[in-house]
Ligand binder design. Structure first.
Ligand code: SAJ
Length: 419
């Protein structure tokens, strides 16, 4: 069987590599020629633990190759981005382009799969009409399904194999054909349903998490007013066997939680709690910003540790700390000094404020803001840091540092969700 994967990003590339490792012949198509060229050299341009080795192996074994022109295949898997428009609706242009590029190569018996996170109805209303331009009977001669990925960045290689999967077909036959294709490498259960249910299921998984985090952030905000430690409240409440409150923080980033709930709101305006949760989570960078304004005099120097959207990855999409930094640059005269061991400097507009050395970042600073709890910040030399800072003050937005240790080194501490 030959598989074509369209879009070689964080999802498409691991998916292509997994099919290839399972022994199928796989082509990876991308509009970005650099990505295709790198792939054909066995290299990847994104960072994900274990992915580089896997891709190298399957390219060397000639099971996976990159292409810039589509070819006939038995199954086509669309893994392109679905960005969000200014008005918070889904931009399906890449999905449409991918469907058009496939349409010309379709033959009887082929399967087409959409993996990209999309509003409910996308497969039936957007993808199927484009595929129908091939003249084939969609559903009868060509099988079409939606199957969302559920992998956690940083753990993609394990989760893509082990997680259960949902396959939603435009009819039962489509769902079964696509289920059988994915069973080549998926070890988790594969559940079949219709395409709209699968599309909404994906959106609700991330919405559930976003709403839960909003609850934690709302708790954090009122705990600060009441002088109660929200982290302690969450820890103790979660001792209840049926309670699992998520953690507060400086905001929700990434291209999933911060985006997907809007794809439901787009289709269903009566979504009070979903929309409100997005607004609460989106307000957190401003909340941290206001705290800094209240804590610091005009001429202060702020050092910020961590700018990616979550720990130990290089992804900056929708990062709340990037938003915080932009607010500080736009609206204040504070001097900023920024560090992140993962972020690529060329991806941010404030690269001139970034430095690779923790010592340079904290020198003469009046406050150290922990933005992202990267493992690299676990064992920092706070004795040395306390000697370099002008004012010994740490603002921890992740409840990450050991407060007792900081106090022992003479630091004043501020904790998001308590102070
Ligand atoms: N965050 C909190 N508090 C928490 C947990 C997370 O503030 O308790 C923040 C993180 O700091 C980060 C954001 O939420 O900024 C999102 O991080 P995440 O680890 O929750 O999720 P993602 O976006 O990396 O991956 C999610 C996952 N979805 C779920 O867990 C339901 C993943 O399984 C999906 O495959 C992925 O979205 C996706 O591609 O949709």
């Amino acid at each position: 069987m030959k598989i074509a994967v369209i879009g070689l990003g964080y999802i498409g590339l691991p998916t292509a590599a997994m099919f290839a490792r399972a022994g199928l012949d796989v082509i990876g198509y991308d509009i970005n020629k650099e990505v295709v060229e790198a792939l054909n050299k066995g290299k990847i341009l994104i960072s994900e633990p274990g992915l580089g080795e896997l891709v190298k192996e399957v390219v060397e074994n000639k099971k996976l190759r990159g292409v810039s022109c589509m070819e006939e295949s038995d199954a086509f898997i669309i893994c392109v981005p679905t960005p969000i428009n200014e008005d918070k609706t889904a931009n399906l242009d890449y999905v449409k382009d991918a469907a058009r590029s496939i349409s010309k190569f379709l033959r009887k018996g082929n399967a087409v799969v959409l993996e990209s996170t999309s509003p409910p109805g996308t497969v039936e209303d957007v993808v199927v009409p484009i595929l129908a331009e091939s003249g084939l009977a969609i559903g009868e001669e060509v099988y079409v399904a939606y199957t969302p990925e559920r992998v956690l960045p940083g753990k993609i290689i394990q989760e893509i194999v082990q997680n259960d999967r949902v396959v939603g077909g435009i009819n039962e036959k489509s769902a079964h054909v696509v289920r059988d294709i994915y069973s080549a490498f998926v070890k988790g259960n594969i559940y079949t349903t219709d395409s709209k249910t699968a599309e909404l299921c994906k959106l609700m998984e991330n919405t559930y998490r976003d709403v839960n985090i909003a609850l934690a952030n709302e708790l954090a905000i009122f705990c600060e007013e009441m002088g109660i430690n929200a982290w302690k409240v969450v820890e103790l409440a979660n001792k209840h066997p049926r309670v699992n409150i998520h953690l507060p923080g400086p905001g929700v980033g990434g291209h999933c939680l911060a985006v997907d709930p809007w794809f439901i709101v787009e289709k269903q305006k009566e979504t009070g709690i979903i929309k409100k949760s997005r607004e609460i989570n989106d307000s957190m960078p401003k909340h941290v910003f206001n705290k800094l304004i209240n804590l610091l005099p005009d001429n202060a120097k702020i050092s910020i540790l961590g700018i990616t959207y979550k720990p130990n990855i290089d992804d900056l999409r929708e990062s709340p700390i990037v938003e915080l930094i932009n607010l500080l640059i736009e609206k204040t005269n504070y001097r900023l000094s920024i560090h992140d061991p993962y972020a690529h400097k060329d991806m941010v507009s404030f690269s001139h404020l970034m430095t690779d050395s923790i010592e340079d970042v904290v020198r003469d600073a009046d406050i150290l803001v922990l933005g992202v709890n990267h493992d690299d910040y676990k064992d920092m030399d706070f004795e040395r840091i306390s000697n370099l800072m002008r004012t010994k003050h740490v603002y921890d937005t992740r409840n990450f540092f050991c407060e007792e240790k900081l106090i022992n080194y003479g630091f004043k501490t501020t904790l998001l969700g308590r102070d």
